[in-house]
Write a protein that binds this ligand. Structure first.
Ligand code: ZN
Length: 135
């Protein structure tokens, strides 16, 4: 059995006005607004009930980091309940085997560095490579 080929994809954060809900889209194109939208990243409200954000180290950025990592691991499919129940924080989930998602590190190294009032793009391949780094 061979592993399924991961599609070439990019995560895009769209520029938005203050007070608007931030949206993250997965597309098949590196340029914002180009190509085909494959799906929208589903917000997992662990820290910030009001939505996702970037460009700082707060709760909206933590939720964006978690939500993007979950999307990367489960490819838009509903994640294991361990994610919503916050069970895989300190070790691998006994049900799905998913290790702790390093979303606070992802927030600090990526999400906080994106311009708060601007757009950003992240290749899914770069995220997958970062996720498999030993830490
Ligand atoms: Zn699980």
């Amino acid at each position: 059995m061979s592993a399924p080929t991961a599609p070439t994809a990019w995560y895009h954060g769209r520029a938005h006005r203050a007070g608007e809900t931030a949206q993250v889209l997965v597309t098949d194109h590196p340029e914002p607004g180009a190509g085909t939208v494959l799906r929208a990243v589903i917000h997992i409200p662990r820290h910030s009930p009001t939505g996702m954000a970037w460009g700082y180290l707060g709760s909206g950025a933590a939720d964006l980091a978690l939500s993007v990592l979950v999307d990367a691991v489960w490819q838009g499919q509903p994640p294991c309940p361990c994610v919503l129940e916050n069970r895989s924080i300190d070790g691998a989930c006994l049900d799905c085997g998913t290790p702790r998602l390093p979303y606070q590190e992802f927030k600090e190294q990526f999400v906080a560095t994106w311009p708060e009032d601007g757009a950003w793009a992240l290749p899914a391949a770069e995220l997958r490579a970062w996720l498999t780094e030993p830490r």
